[in-house]
Design a protein around this ligand. Structure first.
Ligand code: ATP
Ligand code: MG
Length: 253
């Protein structure tokens, strides 16, 4: 069983698109998967076609309700939805609140082979809670100017969380999103990233593909919306790599 946070404090870099379609990819391979939406924007929840939910992960974090009580089933995927109320969690002053999620997840860890957590674009208490509850983090990297600096800042945060809150946490990999191999800047940034982080960069890159955005607006994952699209091909390839890496890491422990 692996809990994976998809994170980057930079906004609009493909975290949600990656969480949703990687979760769908893993479920299509026959794995039991929970997609947890930890962003008050609830983009992942809505992009899988769920409407506004009466109960969300907010009820778990703020009222101590069990996660099972808020999980929704959607086809082969289970979803722990978010809501705008979750924004309040960043502001409250409860001592040790970053551990609440991890503790609440003890109940359900054995129910799933993969739990994927979509993080908000910040380094606040929600992202720290997700990392505290995770075995792995995947960084979504849009190869644009200043992205590299942002990523190295994020990797420092990962190290701090590992030291102070969660010894199990490892970086599973860095995935390039909205990648265009014809753009010199994109190629240069990814070459530099591969030089710096080596094998940590996934071989699969996610190309810019309008079907990915269209799928979200239809409330579908990319395999439902257009299984022959570049987006489906790229996320299927990332899915295989994620399965391979988690198996290798579990065996090496
Ligand atoms: N590979 C892609 N090709 C085309 N469009 C994409 C791709 N990946 C993401 N998008 C689009 O880019 C926008 C931002 O993507 P997404 O919501 O996944 O980013 P995010 O990092 O989760 O954003 P936020 O930080 O606000 O949570 C969305 O409109 C999405 O549909
Ligand atoms: Mg998002």
């Amino acid at each position: 069983m692996s809990v994976i946070s998809i994170a980057n404090h930079k906004g609009g870099v493909g975290k949600t698109t990656t969480t949703v379609n990687l979760a769908a990819g893993l479920a299509r391979q026959g794995h039991r998967v929970l997609m947890m939406d930890l962003d008050p924007q609830a983009n992942a929840t809505f992009s899988l076609g769920l409407k506004k939910q009466e109960k969300s992960i907010f009820n778990v974090l703020s009222f101590g309700e069990p996660i099972r009580a808020i999980i929704q089933q959607r086809g082969v995927l289970d979803i722990a939805p978010s809501s705008i109320h979750l924004a309040g969690f960043e502001k409250n002053n409860d001592v040790g609140k970053e551990f609440i999620l991890s503790e609440a997840m003890e109940d359900i860890r054995s129910d799933y082979e993969f739990i994927l957590i979509d993080c908000p674009p910040s380094l606040g208490a929600l992202t720290i809670s997700a990392l505290t509850a995770s075995d792995y983090a995947i960084i979504a990297l849009q190869p644009e100017f200043l992205a590299i600096q942002g990523m190295s800042d994020f990797i420092k945060i990962l190290r701090t969380v590992k030291t102070r809150m969660n010894k199990e946490l490892e970086l599973l990999g860095i995935v390039a999103t909205q990648y265009d191999s014809r753009k010199v800047l994109h190629k240069e940034i990814m070459e530099h990233t591969r030089q710096t982080y080596g094998d940590m960069v996934f071989e699969s890159s996610i190309r810019g593909n309008v079907s990915l955005a269209e799928a979200q607006s239809m409330g579908q994952d990319i395999f439902e919306y257009d299984v022959n699209s570049n987006g489906a091909e790229d996320y299927a390839s990332l899915t295989k790599e994620v399965i391979k890496r988690t198996i290798e890491l579990v065996n090496s422990k």
